[in-house]
Design a protein. Structure first.
Length: 505
């Protein structure tokens, strides 16, 4: 095992003192110099605006005198951890059988290009260009082929499916405690604990920060995703536990902007940050930079349960399908979409509709809301199926009543995305007692939130629940198509940038 300690010196350089302590006997192996790049060692004493240290020469593994160079990583995967608060690089070498081995990576390395989703292939740009051209000459890609590509290429992306949840997760939930009032269930946003005669509502979500959206907007978006899962219970979120696993590329100044935005939004909503963890780690990239758990305390009788829809209830939908997917894709990749500037602007405006915490609390306070669900991965089709399954009821939807916000249909058609299956954070699906529909709609419209009555809840003899759209069954989508659209657009943008870079050299 090799342990490294770091001593800061003037000019933000580092003198790394290596102490050798090998505990594994490895066959002789020649090592090549590793490429030089930005040092991954973090100076805990530097100010946010000061540059980080630079590596001055290639790094080699330490070699005992009289022996050949040895690859530490041949005995196991080397794990590196960078912690801003200590300014120390820790290196641990796991003794093992050789599984998951690879070349040892130097602490002096060039920053990687952020690629949050798998790159679909070298010809992604050509495929995407063909897809866009098909809009102008009247040809359409077969939806069967698109669905087949979804299943084969990205069926493992996004939330796990219900079959896996029921087989592996639901039977294995740790201790069986009496104070768990509502435990994990597929498609359910939150859990409930008994605390005396009151209820603690809690929910956990990953934190996604896309710097290209602007750090303040990206931070608000990430926070709203977490808090919304508690807000749909009707109980206001009040406490937050947050964990940041930051990439090396994020500077102190950038993280300060993210944190101050989270503080401001939490203070406005009455949410206190009670604990957390913040550190930088190797091999972390945007957008997935941690996770958070939100909590809220309220009365059991005030909780809007996810399985609360009853026959006779009306189904309300705020905003509409695919507002998140369309807002993100048009904002990040608008220059790749073969659409008029006005349509692109309408689509980009949808990104201002992805915040649902205040809408959820407004609806719950206005009238008898029986069930509420945020329309995230799997889109509207997933949300109505999950809520219907929880209630054991039939949801009868009128397709013509489902609103499409400006720009949504055009972008979805261009990218061959089914808007009903695409993620739509910011949209809420509500089951409301008919007597309270007017009050709930009026309260939401007072906030300038579009809301539509899209159907009703009916009794059913079917096992579980079912969804009918204009009398035809609607199944839960197997995959959210916005994942593949993001991957293809990102790959096309990368290939375009690479070509531009090559042409400029």
């Amino acid at each position: 095992m090799t342990r490294l300690s770091v001593t800061p010196i003037a000019g933000h350089r580092r003198r790394v003192q290596r102490r050798r302590e090998y505990r594994c006997q490895l066959p002789p192996r020649r090592l090549r110099p590793l490429r030089r790049g930005r040092s991954s060692v973090v100076n805990s004493g530097a100010s946010p605006d000061e540059p980080q240290g630079k590596s001055t020469r290639p790094s080699f593994e330490p070699v005992d005198e009289g022996s050949e160079p040895r690859s530490v990583d041949a005995a196991g995967r080397t794990e590196r951890r960078h912690e801003r608060h200590t300014g120390t690089v820790h290196t641990r070498v796991k003794d093992g059988t050789g599984l998951n081995t690879g070349r040892f990576r130097s602490s002096a390395r060039s920053p990687r290009r952020s690629r949050p989703y798998p790159r679909p292939g070298r010809n992604a740009a050509a495929r995407f260009a063909l897809r866009c051209r098909s809009r102008t000459d009247g040809r359409r890609i077969s939806t069967d082929k698109v669905a087949a590509r979804h299943r084969s290429a990205v069926s493992d992306l996004g939330k796990i499916d219900r079959a896996f949840f029921d087989r592996h997760i639901a039977p294995n939930l740790g201790a069986d405690r009496d104070d768990v009032s509502l435990g994990p269930a597929h498609g359910v946003d939150f859990g409930v604990l008994d605390i005396g005669d009151r209820a603690l509502v809690t929910a956990t979500d990953p934190l996604s920060i896309l710097p290209t959206l602007g750090l303040e907007r990206a931070a608000r978006f990430a926070l709203d995703l977490v808090l919304a899962d508690v807000a749909v219970s009707g109980v206001p979120p009040s406490h937050l536990s947050i964990c940041f696993t930051l990439p090396e590329s994020m500077t102190d100044a950038e993280f300060a902007t993210v944190w101050e935005t989270i503080h401001t939004e939490c203070a406005d909503l009455g949410v206190a940050v009670v604990t957390g963890h913040t550190a930088r780690y190797d091999d972390i990239s945007h957008p997935w930079v941690g996770a958070a758990t939100a909590m809220g305390v309220g009365e059991h009788d005030d909780i809007v349960r996810p399985d609360g829809a009853r026959p006779g209830d009306r189904l309300l939908l705020t905003n509409g399908p695919a507002v998140e997917a369309v807002g993100l894709l048009s904002t990040l990749f608008g220059d790749q979409l073969a659409l008029p500037d006005g349509v692109i602007a309408d689509a980009q405006a949808r990104l201002e509709e992805v915040f649902s915490v205040r809408d959820a609390l407004t609806a719950a306070a206005a009238g008898p809301v029986r069930a509420m669900h945020d329309v995230t991965e799997g889109g509207l089709a997933g949300a109505v199926n999950e809520m219907a399954d929880g209630a054991g009821a039939r949801f009868a939807i009128d397709r013509a009543a489902v609103p499409m916000r400006p720009g949504v249909r055009a972008v979805c058609d261009t990218l061959d995305i089914d808007p009903w299956a695409a993620t739509s954070c910011g949209s809420l699906l509500l089951a409301v007692d008919p007597a309270g529909v007017g009050a709930v709609r009026a309260a939401l419209e007072d906030r300038d939130t579009p809301v539509a009555d899209i159907g009703r809840v009916e009794a059913t003899d079917a096992e579980g629940g079912e969804v009918l759209v204009d009398g035809e069954p609607l199944e839960h989508p197997t995959v959210d198509p916005s994942w593949e659209a993001y991957a293809e657009l990102a790959a096309a943008a990368t290939e375009r940038d690479d070509r531009s870079s090559s042409a400029g050299q």
